[in-house]
Write a protein that binds this ligand. Structure first.
Ligand code: GDP
Length: 325
């Protein structure tokens, strides 16, 4: 029987993009889900999901959110795409530290049975290119991710201390560049995939690409990331971080080509905008531990995931152009 059947599960950041996929997966496993977020009006939550609007930087709000809860998936975080993150470093650091600290301590006091902390590939030292979970933090994160990376690092240390000291079962995942239906398509704040999809569907001319196009990334479909999170809490709540990435890698220039082709805009005239940052030159997380410890071996291919996301976007924005095949 599923670990989640009839269990009361709290999902923080419950109105977020990754959470939407996680909540769907939890629903399929028979969990009773409470989502908590800061927006007053919940949008697009599946039927049967309880919603609570609360600021989890406040201990009383955490206590209220945790009432009667068996498991916690802590996804709430302040963070956007590369450029916006670089402009809002103080807020990223303070809010994420406060959120993580207050919620973890309240969850321990509430006696939750299992807890998942969502970390990030931003924790890795800047010089590292092939990201292994046990790589030492002997250098700071990439400068573009300094505040976010440090806040996520401290969150992992907090988890480790609570795990060791109190024996609290905690899973740590480090998702890398999740994408998929429901992503944030806000042009200023979004990550690269939704930004490119939106501009391709709007037939931007010339078609802007930030930076040089040379950075290398691996992107994970949010459904795969959600699957990894469920498995991590179930099988590996031992406070050892697990990368959630995909085994496929691509340069940003290759990604752009694929997106414009799938969006039916293969003749887009590309213009690389050197006033925008490249960020980390190569972020390629190892997927070995996810395979060994979670049994996560099959991933939605990037091409398939992009097609699905473009179709999702087109449907909601009544785009007239037919997406490519
Ligand atoms: P990162 O993995 O934290 O750097 O997250 P992003 O998804 O924001 O950026 C990934 C890469 O895509 C970076 O090298 C960006 O410079 C590049 N990129 C190209 N065009 C865009 C765009 O329109 N928006 C964003 N966010 N990134 C872009």
């Amino acid at each position: 029987m599923s670990l989640y059947k009839n269990r009361r599960v709290l999902v923080t950041g419950g109105l977020g993009f990754l959470a939407s996929h996680l909540i769907e997966a939890l629903g399929l496993q028979g969990a009773i889900v409470r989502a908590v977020d800061v927006r007053t009006e919940p949008e697009n939550l599946p039927q049967g999901v309880e919603y609570l609007c609360a600021d989890l930087r406040q201990p009383a709000a955490c206590q209220q959110a945790l009432r009667g809860v068996d498991y916690v998936f802590h996804l709430a975080a302040v963070g956007w795409g590369l450029h916006e993150n670089m402009k809002r470093q103080p807020q990223l650091l303070s809010d994420n530290l406060l959120l993580n600290t207050t919620l973890l301590d309240a969850a321990y006091r509430a006696g939750v049975r299992r807890y998942l902390y969502t970390s990030s590939s931003a924790v890795y030292p800047a010089y590292l290119q092939d990201l292994e979970e046990d790589s030492p933090w002997d250098q700071p994160p990439h400068d573009s991710e300094l505040a976010f990376g440090w806040a996520k690092r401290v969150g992992e240390i907090q988890a480790r201390v609570y795990y060791r000291h109190y024996g609290m079962p905690i899973a740590i995942v480090r998702p890398a560049n999740p994408y998929g239906p429901g992503d944030n398509f806000d042009p200023k704040k979004s990550h690269v995939i939704p930004a490119l999809i939106r501009r391709a569907m709007e037939r931007e001319h010339p078609f802007t690409v930030w930076g040089t196009g040379s950075p290398v990334r691996s992107f994970i479909h949010a459904r795969d990331a959600a699957r990894g999170m469920l498995l991590a809490l179930e099988k590996y709540a031992v406070c050892e971080p697990v990368n959630l990435a995909s085994s496929e890698t691509t340069t940003i220039a290759e990604l752009v080509k694929l997106v414009v082709e799938l969006a039916g805009y293969g003749d887009a005239q590309l213009q690389f905008d050197s006033t925008k940052p490249d960020g980390h030159p190569r972020k390629v997380p190892s997927v070995r531990r996810a395979a060994e410890k979670l049994g996560l071996v099959e991933y939605i291919p990037l091409r398939e995931g992009l097609k699905e996301t473009i179709a999702w976007y087109a449907e909601r924005h009544q785009v007239l152009q037919e997406p490519g095949r």
